[in-house]
Ligand binder design. Structure first.
Ligand SMILES: Cc1ncc(COP(=O)(O)O)c(C=O)c1O
Length: 390
């Protein structure tokens, strides 16, 4: 079956939906077991998506978990209250005190903070590596390296990683390879075809797609499923049924939405490329984006997220630019139907390696589903205010 067909049908087993198109949204903490035999059966089948206790899930959870596993191409999936909780659960499920973690230097900010605070306190040492390292990651491996964490493209600066090259080394050393696949979502990248063991997503972004719920997912291959399942459950993670329902609904339109996000973002990125004020446009589909050749080789397309750097700029000019945007609203998220903007004045503070020390102020855009020409007009008039304040 082609992806469009899978997207329309994934997770819609009769066992979960009954006679309806979608599964019911179960609001329950307690599951009633009619007989001792029923209870014993449930206990024996905990791993087989059986109703046992609210935290273990209901058909609302099971339908979404199945849809995610099928569409990401993994074995099974677990749900978390947000993307960051899923990242934490993945790392905590596979790392112990005394272990070493290789973390990409361009990871999402709170993931970096997690490594430098909680993981450090628990005796887990992190080395941050260059996103373009490829096979040379082998030089950073220590006897106690248990996890390599990737995120591609990188947060804010959009470097695309050579995942197959890193996967080859991870496999050779028996190291678990994780990916924050939020950019890749269910359409842009297929993690398990490229050697990823554990794929994490902030479903908060394109899967929910409407900025009205937070949700995290972890999908693993068969080999790593038991370890995730056993460890993660005892950390008490669960997800709320209404949020799962919104995510399940988001899945059905994700491919259609992404087409417009992608087309509009490309149009706006081209336009920015021709602006005098702009230094670099950091869009994975552009030749000069670091790691572009890996994007071209491994990805099925792009989406609405990209960044650009400015040749010059000071506090006043960037502030004038941001304050005068009308359609691009200032907010930290992305993946919803609406356009967003965020500026990063000082990348030095966001990275361990000196990769971005020499660049000007950076602006990240999420291009929403508005008309691209209206969005360009919005940026155009904001640039007038930027120039006036330089
Ligand atoms: C790449 C990436 N991963 C993870 C997260 C965290 O997701 P959540 O906000 O659902 O915790 C974000 C949020 O912005 C993100 O951009």
């Amino acid at each position: 079956m082609k992806k469009d067909t899978k997207i329309a049908h994934a997770g819609r087993k009769k066992e979960w939906t009954g006679k309806a198109v979608n599964p019911p949204v179960y609001h329950t903490s307690t599951i009633i077991h009619d007989t001792v035999a029923d209870l014993k059966f449930a206990l024996k089948n905990l791993k087989n998506k059986i109703m046992y206790y609210g935290r273990r899930g209901t058909p609302t959870h099971f339908a979404f978990r199945e849809a995610m596993a099928e569409l990401e191409g993994g074995h099974d999936c677990l749900l978390y209250p947000c993307g960051l909780a899923a990242i934490n659960a993945a790392l905590m499920s596979f790392l112990s005190s005394g272990d070493h973690l290789l973390m990409v230097d361009t990871t999402y900010g709170p993931t970096r903070a997690l490594c430098k605070t909680v993981l450090k306190r628990m005796g887990i040492e992190t080395t941050f590596y260059d996103p373009l390292i490829g096979e040379e990651i082998s030089e950073l491996i220590q006897k106690n390296t248990k996890v390599i964490f990737t995120e591609s493209p990188g947060s804010v600066t959009m470097e695309v990683q050579d995942i197959p090259a890193i996967a080859k080394i991870a496999k050779k050393h028996n190291i678990v390879l994780m990916l924050d696949n939020t950019y890749g979502n269910l359409i842009n990248f297929s993690p398990f075809e490229y050697g990823i063991d554990v794929s994490i997503q902030a479903a908060t972004k394109y899967i929910v797609g409407h900025s009205d719920a937070m949700l995290g997912t972890i999908t693993t291959n068969e080999q790593h499923w038991n370890q995730l399942y056993e460890n993660s459950y005892y950390m008490g993670y669960t997800a709320a049924p209404d949020d799962i329902n919104l995510a399940l609904r988001g899945i059905r339109t994700i491919k259609t939405r992404l087409k417009q996000h992608e087309a509009s973002a490309l149009k706006i990125a081209e336009w920015l490329n021709s602006r005098n004020e702009v230094d670099l446009v950091l869009h994975p589909a552009f030749d000069d984006c670091p790691g572009h050749k890996f994007w071209k080789r491994d990805f099925n397309g792009s989406n609405g997220l990209f960044s650009f750097t400015l040749k010059e700029g000071n506090d006043a000019s960037i502030t004038a630019f941001l304050d005068h945007l009308n359609l691009f609203k200032m907010g930290f998220s992305w993946g919803g139907f609406e356009s967003l903007v965020m500026s990063f004045y000082n990348l030095k503070g966001e990275r361990e390696l000196p990769l971005w020390d020499d660049y000007g102020p950076l602006v990240r855009l999420h291009v929403g589903l508005e008309d691209a020409d209206d969005l360009i007009a919005d940026l155009d008039q904001a640039f007038d205010h930027y120039k006036a304040a330089l």
